[in-house]
Design a protein around this ligand. Structure first.
Ligand code: ADP
Ligand code: MG
Length: 745
């Protein structure tokens, strides 16, 4: 769960007055019983919660069922929070030096010298140790031998024995205790929420139990002030519970069924409004934003198409049809093209560009790096040859004379297709009639750069935009991040691809790995060796790269072996020289940093060795692996790691060895890291923070919510009907004031 972070202001007089007035949901939480100014300040600082309204929207990330007890004999350290009912049998106190044995409690025992208290309890099925490091005196005086208590906590192990550290303790007699007295289905319920907490909150006395009490008070006093935020017809149509029921049961579920209903309602609502805001923009754009109508396919397209050395895959054909339909519609195309590495996006880009040409417009193809722009430029030449369309390359390192010529060609329209980097959108680049912009790997372009591109249009309408990405974004995320873009997916690789075998190896296997490389080279293949260079300026990275180069040079001496090197500190000429040498087969090994991550196409390379693979993210690893397996030979990817790895790194490496499916990996990546962190979305980010729904886990609800939003807009695109006034009002809230993505992509 993500918490919505608010900016916490110091209370001003004005502010305090407002709170004193106790106006419903705006009431300061300090006035709730059990809170007070100190805890209120803490909650404000730690969780950004100031008002009761905000408190009610702090949803628990888990619930505890206090109606069931676990027998000590059945307790396992891998269990989540459990509840045990047991009698105290013995209490041991330990001093500052552990291992010296128990202290003897007597009348003059000084509690400030006690460091640890261990309380042994027995429930008839077995014994368990409860361990306390703090508040020992207080606990010591209550946990008398022979008395029965309910202990609530997370089981763990120490020295092979199961125990609980700092459990919550309740007496079983005297006052009602959930679990023994209350049965499921009764009004007060048997489940309580567990809320995000911090060390400071716990130290400040805001324990789980206290949170539950505060929440109960907030619900009792203020739930009545919460207004329904979904129109009744929507609730009826989709079987959603009213907001009062949802809020009460998300905090104190009556039973599991009620909890499910509450969760569903809150998640649905969140995703529904998110989709509604995005789709509304899309709708406005498709109605209002005029686009350049490109009715023809054109001669150039046909010539290229008929000269293709291979038939297009079904997925490529489908995507081109989708693009064609957009371009001839008279509305502006805003399409995201997703396709795994090697799925043949370049081909689609070329044919799309040729449609623009066929209608008398120019097209530009932008890549994130010079190397990639050059690769693209080179790759598309063979496809353009039969068409006679003039193309050119423009990058930061284009020479002045060249540049002048290209500028002139763009201005007079003699250059039809221009490939380049950011240099393409400098202010002095003027197009005669730009009709299409293709952006490769869009996430590397800043928002500013994309909007500049937008302004390049001179046709009286914005150019069509096709954004290509090889970072497979899970569909659920694409629908949200690019909610107002249309999405095309190439979900099929060209035929004849052999799967890439992925192997994990550690340092002890290095010699064997070098032998394997030699065998492959002897078979006429080529090998990539990639080093992490996450921070281009970091010295350590270069050191490991330099050491790596030396090591390989020693293991693969010249003659007969030839090695090419490409890294970020080289000049472009050096980079190109080395890259060309490898691409043309003049070098056996290409040692590189992750600059080759995207786009580089050397079908004869059959081995990808990734050094320090644990330092790469999942999608980066996948991109790198996609550099091999493009020819007809069996290919391999070797992931070299250290012996010690974090749990996450291990998981990543295992996943890489287990699957080659980019979408599967992306889904997993998102589950592991959360969508906000997902590569390729860092810059675009999520339009709003989600409070309860998870894009990784709630795909089904998202689909339902999107369909619901579509249905609403279908019936009432401008949300003017009476029953949709509530929707309008909600959308006016700050968090839905999403910037218009269609204008920046
Ligand atoms: P990516 O989607 O990663 O940009 P590319 O466009 O670079 O993929 O294509 C990868 C390789 O597959 C290229 O060598 C390209 O020529 C080839 N290719 C593309 N489409 C097809 C096809 N339909 N059949 C066979 N090979 C194809
Ligand atoms: Mg590509």
């Amino acid at each position: 769960m993500q918490i919505y972070k608010f900016i916490v202001n110091k209370p001003t007089n004005n502010y305090i007055c407002r709170c004193m007035a106790q106006d419903g949901l705006n009431m300061d939480i300090q006035f709730l019983p059990g809170v007070g100014p100190k805890r209120a300040e803490l909650l404000g600082k730690e969780l950004g919660i100031i008002t009761v309204g905000e408190l009610l929207r702090l949803y628990p990330f888990r619930h505890i069922d206090k109606s069931t007890f676990v027998r000590i004999a059945d307790a396992r350290p891998d269990m989540a929070y459990i509840q045990i009912k047991a009698k105290v049998t013995r209490t041991d106190l330990y001093g500052s030096t552990s291992g010296t044995g128990a202290m003897t409690p007597g009348n003059n025992l000084k509690f400030n010298t006690v460091r640890r208290m261990s309380v042994w309890v027995d429930d008839g099925s077995g014994q368990m140790e409860m361990v306390f490091f703090k508040g020992i005196k207080w606990m010591y005086e209550r946990l008398k031998a022979g008395a029965e208590f309910i202990f609530f906590g997370k089981p763990s192990t120490f020295n092979g024995r199961i125990n609980m550290v700092h459990p919550e303790v309740d007496p079983t007699a005297g006052k009602p205790v959930a679990g023994t007295i209350i049965t499921p289905g009764s009004a007060s319920g048997t489940m309580t929420g567990v809320y995000t907490s911090t060390e400071r909150l716990r130290n400040g006395g805001v324990t789980g139990k206290v949170m539950n009490r505060i929440m109960e008070a907030a619900l009792t006093r203020c739930l009545g002030y919460v207004e329904e935020s979904l129109p009744e017809y929507i609730m009826l149509r989709y079987g959603l519970t009213p907001i009062h029921f949802a809020l009460r049961n998300i905090h104190f579920p009556k039973d599991l069924n009620a909890l499910e209903k509450a969760r569903y309602r809150l998640k649905f609502e969140e995703l529904f409004y998110l989709q509604l805001s995005l789709l509304k923009q899309k709708y406005i754009r498709s109605r209002e934003a005029r686009g350049i109508a490109m009715p023809r396919v054109g001669e150039a397209f046909n010539r290229c198409y008929h000269a293709l050395p291979f038939p297009l895959t079904g997925a490529q054909k489908r995507v081109i049809t989708e693009i064609r339909d957009d371009m001839k519609s008279g509305r502006q195309m805003n399409r995201l093209l997703q396709g795994d590495v090697g799925s043949g996006k370049t081909m689609v880009a070329v044919l799309t560009a040729l449609i623009a040409i066929g209608n008398g417009y120019q097209a530009c193809i932008m890549a994130p790096t010079e190397v990639l722009a050059q690769q693209h430029y080179k790759n598309i030449q063979k496809f353009l040859a039969p068409t006679g369309v003039r193309s050119a390359l423009l990058t930061g390192s284009s020479k002045t004379a060249e540049r002048r010529e290209v500028h002139a060609g763009l201005e007079d329209g003699s250059i039809g297709i221009i490939v380049g980097t950011h240099a393409l959108i400098e202010d002095n680049v003027i197009f005669r009639n730009l009709g299409l912009a293709i952006v490769d790997e869009q996430h590397r372009f800043g928002v500013e750069q994309r909007s500049k591109l937008w302004r390049k249009s001179s046709a009286g309408a914005p150019p069509h935009v096709l954004v290509m990405t090889a970072t497979p974004i899970p569909r659920t995320l694409a629908m949200t991040v690019y909610g107002d873009l249309d999405v095309s997916i190439i979900d099929e690789l060209p035929p004849g691809r052999k799967p890439v075998q992925t192997i994990h190896a550690t340092e002890s296997k290095r010699i064997a790995m070098y032998n394997f490389m030699r065998d492959q080279i002897a078979l006429g293949r080529q090998v990539f060796v990639v080093y992490p260079l996450i921070h281009e300026t970091e010295k350590v990275d270069y050191q490991s790269l330099e050491e790596g180069i030396e090591q390989i040079a020693k293991a693969f001496p010249f003659p007969p072996y030839k090695m090419a090197v490409v890294h970020g500190k080289m000049t472009n000429d050096e980079k190109n020289f080395n890259m060309d040498a490898f691409a043309a087969g003049r070098a056996h090994i290409l040692v590189a940093t992750s600059v080759i991550e995207v786009g580089v196409d050397v079908p004869n390379a059959s081995v990808m060795v990734i050094e320090s693979a644990e330092r790469f993210g999942l999608s980066q690893l996948h991109q790198l692996r996609g550099r091999v397996g493009r020819g007809c030979e069996k290919s391999y990817c070797v992931l070299m790691t250290g012996h010690k790895m974090s749990k996450e790194s291990k998981h990543r490496i295992e996943l890489m060895c287990a699957t080659e499916n980019g979408f599967e990996l992306a889904e997993e990546d998102m589950k592991m890291r959360g969508p906000g962190d997902l590569e390729g979305t860092q810059q675009s980010g999520l339009p709003i923070s989600l409070n309860i729904a998870s894009l990784a886990k709630d795909g089904l609800i998202l689909n339902a919510a999107r369909a619901a939003a579509e249905a609403v807009l279908e019936e009432d695109p401008t949300l003017t009907s009476d029953r949709n006034q509530l929707l309008r009002k909600e959308l006016r809230k700050d968090k839905y004031q999403v910037k218009d993505y269609s204008k920046i992509s």
